[in-house]
Design a protein around this ligand. Structure first.
Ligand SMILES: Cc1cc2nc3c(=O)[nH]c(=O)nc-3n(C[C@H](O)[C@H](O)[C@H](O)COP(=O)(O)OP(=O)(O)OC[C@H]3O[C@@H](n4cnc5c(N)ncnc54)[C@H](O)[C@@H]3O)c2cc1C
Length: 556
């Protein structure tokens, strides 16, 4: 692998002076590369210790505050039974293998059980004493049937990378982790339809598809850990949505187990099937509240022959909008990603990773554009014309174009690394919002002004907040507003909420664009959905899960 300095020395520069030059540098035809994935985030952000300060390594799971302490208003629902030795014995006999049951009731298994109790952000921590890892749909069915009869509450868990605390228990709910259901069941090379167990890791699915010259229609920074069942359960958006659309369109079928153990076999591989209500849609984004997804079928696009990635610096958010408009107009069908990063987010990646910065100068905004198509010459010409036009018209101030796969990954790392790097100082207040594109970045400015005015943002440890940054999937009008903090702080929280939610509501936006509700956003659903909608959702929940055993205390 090339060192970063060598990489950057060879990145093709596409800069022009701030005043557009008539002698614009011409681009060479883009080289032909095969997509081999981007980076994957695997380590966890550093978190504050019990005193609220941060050590140099991630805090042990036990230092994370229990969710029940963070939300003292939540009480364990007494209708749920307490786990007994008899229950554990039943599951041990059912699942057979020792590794399929992590038993923290009969013995001290805290070391083994903690990773299932705490989330990726190390912000939520439950108190389960039992983790079950079924290997088949039938085992999931038997588990749920038993839990339903015995009123044992459960939490379905995939890769545990969710960002709203949905994948870990609040109290002593049993964790049902899908990691052992990890088989690719079928792939049709003509139609591109993949059928796979829910516990297949996203990156594994994508690598499998790469060998068949296809791609999974979803990509995100946690791809090395998250599972495709978790992706569907959260209706994850990610980096390819602009091009391939949402999972609501791409998922063709779902096999799920309902809370009473009924197996719902809707694992259709048909693209068209207008025979009644499309029930699988309820499971897409259902966050484990009405059943457990055990398998999916999904339509996967052909892998593109030519991938190009460019990274730009821009002087204002106005210019960003213009660049996006131009990209849609000029690149149209080959545009596969348009990501926005503000200067502060990129500075943080630079500071934390030490990776050499892609551009020489500093800009308030950066964009990453990816194109993918089937005709290298055609794509290169289009991209070249686009780059020339946005630079000649001074929309873009400086930019580089990746020359090979390593450089593509290096540029993507500056976008995908943000989430992880923000955790470096301690905690992060994360807001994942849908907003009209014209207003998208104004919120970041308003929040930053508000926190600075209140005196909570600064360079040294006396200030709880480090910085306020904005980045996201510009192509989907999806902003990630993040406040990096040294410690979680009530004053900062009061400044942020309900301010952010009210702001979003005024713009008719969504308080959760792609991360879902979990426990973190449950209380705020009313900012994005009216009473009728919430009532209908509650009816669906009660219909599917009358005993309320599925992922309680969350969602609605
Ligand atoms: C670095 C990083 C980058 C990310 N980038 C994005 C992004 O770009 N876009 C995006 O949308 N998200 C993103 N996320 C959030 C997260 O990765 C996604 O929500 C992902 O889809 C969760 O998958 P998982 O397998 O980890 O699910 P988990 O975290 O284990 O679970 C998430 C929810 O789904 C439920 N669940 C899990 N599996 C099942 C199942 N088989 N059946 C029923 N319910 C189930 C859980 O109960 C929980 O409510 C990112 C996270 C990280 C850490």
């Amino acid at each position: 692998m090339a060192t970063s300095s060598r990489v950057l020395a060879s990145l093709r520069r596409v800069s022009v002076p701030r005043q557009a030059s008539p002698l614009l540098q011409r681009f060479q035809p883009a080289i032909r590369v095969r997509w081999a994935g981007t980076t994957s985030a695997t380590s966890e952000p550093h978190q504050p210790n019990e005193n609220g300060t941060v050590s140099s390594s991630p805090a042990p799971a036990k230092a994370i505050k229990l969710t029940s302490e963070t939300y003292p208003e939540l009480q364990r629902n007494s209708k749920f039974a307490k786990l007994s030795q008899d229950h554990v014995k039943y599951f041990q006999e059912l699942l057979g293998s020792e590794s399929a049951v992590v038993d923290g009731l009969s013995k001290d298994a805290s070391e083994d059980i903690e990773p299932f109790n705490s989330d990726w952000m190390r912000k939520y921590r439950g108190q389960t004493k039992l983790v079950l890892k079924p290997q088949s749909t039938q085992e999931v069915s038997s588990i749920l049937e038993y839990c339903n009869k015995n009123r044992l509450a459960v939490v379905p868990q995939g890769g545990n990378t969710g960002l709203v605390g949905g994948s870990v228990p609040v109290f002593d709910e049993i964790v049902i982790n899908l990691q052992k259901m990890n088989k690719i069941r079928a792939f049709d090379e003509v139609s591109g339809i993949l059928v796979a167990d829910a516990g297949v890791i996203l990156e594994v699915a994508d690598n499998f598809l790469a060998e068949k010259n296809h791609i999974f229609p979803l990509d995100l920074g946690a791809k090395g850990s998250c599972q495709i069942g978790g992706n569907v359960s959260t209706n994850a958006g990610g980096l390819r949505l602009l091009r391939y659309g949402s999972l609501h369109g791409n998922v063709l079928g779902i096999e799920a187990v309902l809370p009473d153990g009924t197996i719902m076999n809707d694992l259709s591989t048909l693209r068209k099937n207008n025979t009644g209500y499309d029930l699988k849609q309820l499971f897409i984004g259902g966050e484990g509240t009405i059943g457990i997804i055990t398998a999916i079928s999904i339509i996967c696009p052909q892998r593109s022959e030519a991938i190009n990635v460019a990274y730009f610096g821009l002087e204002s958010y106005e210019q960003v909008q213009k660049a996006f408009s131009e990209a849609k107009t000029q690149l149209s069908e080959i545009l596969s990603a348009f990501e926005l990063m503000d200067g502060r987010s990129q500075k943080i990646v630079n500071t934390v990773t030490g990776k050499r910065f892609p551009l020489e100068g500093e800009y308030p905004f950066y964009c990453l554009i990816e194109t993918s198509g089937s005709n290298t010459d055609h794509d290169s010409e289009k991209l070249q014309n686009f780059l020339e036009s946005v630079m000649e018209s001074s929309i873009v101030s400086d930019g580089v174009l990746a020359q090979d796969q390593t450089q593509i990954q290096d540029l993507w790392a500056y976008r995908e690394g943000i989430s992880e790097c923000l955790g470096h100082w301690g905690g992060v207040y994360k807001y994942d919002l849908s907003l009209p594109i014209s207003d998208l970045y104004e919120l970041v400015n308003d929040v930053r002004d508000r926190l600075i005015e209140a005196g909570v943002v600064g360079d040294d440890d006396s200030f709880p907040a480090v910085d306020v940054v904005g980045y996201g999937h510009m192509g989907d009008a999806n902003l990630h507003l993040n406040v990096a903090v040294r410690r979680y702080d009530k004053k900062v929280e009061k400044l942020l909420e309900p301010f952010v939610y009210e702001w979003v509501q005024r713009k008719n936006g969504s308080i959760s664009a792609e991360h879902g509700l979990g426990i973190a956003k449950k209380a705020y659903i009313g900012y994005s959905r009216d009473e009728t909608m919430i009532r209908l959702m509650k009816q669906i929940k009660n219909l599917y899960d009358p005993n309320g055993i599925m992922n309680p205390y969350k969602y609605i």
